[in-house]
Design a protein around this ligand. Sequence first.
Ligand code: FUC
Length: 774
Amino acid sequence: MMIRSYIRMSLVLATLWLGVVVHAAGQSPAPVANWRLWFNRPAANWNEALPVGNGRVGAMVFGGVQSERLQLNEESVWTGKPEDFINPGARAALPVIRKLLFAGKYVDAQQLAIDKMMGNKTVNSSYQTAGDLWLTFPAQGAEPEGYERALDLETAVATVQYRQEGVAYTREVFSSAPDQVVVLRLTADRPGALSLQFALTRPGSNAAVSVSGNDILLQEHTGGGVGVKLVTQLRVIPEGGSLSAGGTHLSIEKANAVTVLIAIATDYTGGDPRTTTQQQLTAATAKRYEDLKRAHIQDYQSYFNRVALDLGVTNAVYFPTDARVSALQHGNEDPHLAALYFQFGRYLLISSSRPGGLPANLQGIWADGLTPPWSADYHININIQMNYWLAEVANLSELHLPFITFLDKLRPDARKTAKTMYGIDGTVAHFTTDPWLFTAPYGYPSWAMWPMGMAWCAQHVWEHYAFTGDKAFLQQYYPILKESAAFCAQWLVENPATGKLVSGPSISPENSFQTADGRKATMVMGPTMDHMIIRDLLTSTLLAQRVLHQDEAFGKKLEKILAKLSPTQIGADGRILEWTESFQEPEPGHRHISHLYGLHPGKEITRKQPDLFAAARKTIDYRLAHGGGHTGWSRAWIVNFFARLGDGEAAHENLVALFKKSTLPNLFDNHPPFQIDGNFGAPAGMAEMLLQSHDGSLTLLPALPKAWATGYVRGLCARGGFEVSMTWANGVLQEVTLLSRLGGACQVRYGNKAVTLQTETGKVYTLNEDLKVH
Ligand code: FUC
């Protein structure tokens, strides 16, 4: 143990003084600088294990030598069931609560909301593990040598390699989208060297496990009968040697190689999961391992290879990933780790969000045990939205679709909640939901009384269109925008003091303020974020109507509302007001920075409004000065804010803070605990540092930090259907290439220069640092 920690410390120190540039970015990459996470020891816990996934089925690979664990997941392994828990008293209480809030009786209003607005959700629901596969190897005299555990982001294959008693052992693990199974392959360089036992378990001891032929079958009706029916089925295919069965396990003796196939299914979308796993295993068994692997890599690379990024390489790349993270925590510079984190974000999205499936939850698809934090659900007051900030810009547009189809499925319940709770049309959702598709609030108003969940999410429909120009898509999903806008149109009420339209009762997620008599409250009429979201939503809905030539009359109504909507205000101290009035803040460094929605992901605050732009800067500086950014996702959001403010150094500083304070050894984002939103949000912020397209022009390198002085990026996407590649050196743009997918005009900006190009569909335009086409 002591020797191990000595070696690790030496590696850290070596990295520190070896933190020199071995390869300037922009040149062809040094061979070692590839996209791999690797470690020289097995995972000591779940936060060190390596994730593989095909969007639906995932595994965390621990890489133990004598005992290997693959913790398994399937996206629909959920307990619970649909439940209508709308509080029947809501509708009558609504005008009373509004009146109390307008009169400044915040605490009284809050009490009424607890009694009359919060639903009584009685059915527990949680995402859960699909089980664990255990491989047990016989004890050997000698210690393993040359141990390496790795995840190759270029192939999406995890490997474990070591030598023991003169034999080299290799394991490969991947989750195949084409074949819908997890595949594990064990080989050794000496014939007959593989003897081991396989067992399948699930926490809670309620699963029925049986063995038949080459298969182990695990079945459970999750949630004690209130949840999905789960089947996890394992097939062991040895080459050489013998296979024998125990009560609940299978053993292999002296095999040359073994292929293991794992199929997991539930009845979430109907059908018999047992039939599904059987069919998937039959089909995969008929294929050779090499063919399964080839199909997997081909499919995965069709997404992954669309973007290349080089921010520079130092000697740090010679060190294991955990040593790099730890060296960075000691002040080492490692731009390649930032690029690795970016590509890891893309890897995680490809592995947890595929068309036809559920969206990535709070942990993507990877969660251990039966009670993951926050049930690993879909929080819709920032978290799931952040999961998808990366999708379009990082050239993974199709992977955005699970979120949008999920919103579509939320609509019936969202309509019912709007009507029953508030007596109005359209769709509403609150702070969170799950695959049982509820939209009513429950719990405490301090986080739940926020009717803007759907309105924020709906914006993703417009964003997908803005990047792709896909009119058929917009036509199909326009009702998500329209119904949410319809809700907002009726939800807003006039503030008697200002004559402006305000949203309420509502909160500024999940922040609180101090009332005049020193008490803590959360609900108001008119939190700033609500108006920013509504402004964004109504504007996008109007744009969609113009594209689709429909709903003109409704559009006129929206225009009137926009004109009367309460504007974003700047307080006496120069910050953006978070609520309609300036309150004392019990938590000035609060993790939610909701009133900067207009800066990011919204587009209300740009350099075209210098006052708001400066106020946004003050707002974020103030939050940070009071300990802000202390959760992974909050820090990731801050990276995006500074990118939008055009401050590359501050954006980079916060990215490094994310690596230092909120990153686990396997590069998972740490809330704490692990929460995947930061893994998507920070790479999205990195993309914003390199390219922005939210304000009508395409801005190149708007927030390039000194630490990335020389580099290149290929394949980022911009609104208007442009694919952008750039090289830069010593902080200066060298060349930019634009592929116009949709044709049309495009204003390109770099520093103080701007040029407008008239582009043709499918044509490539190359510009130099003066933005001259050549
Ligand atoms: C939001 C945040 C929490 C956490 C939870 C899952 O409500 O306020 O920090 O990320 O979602």
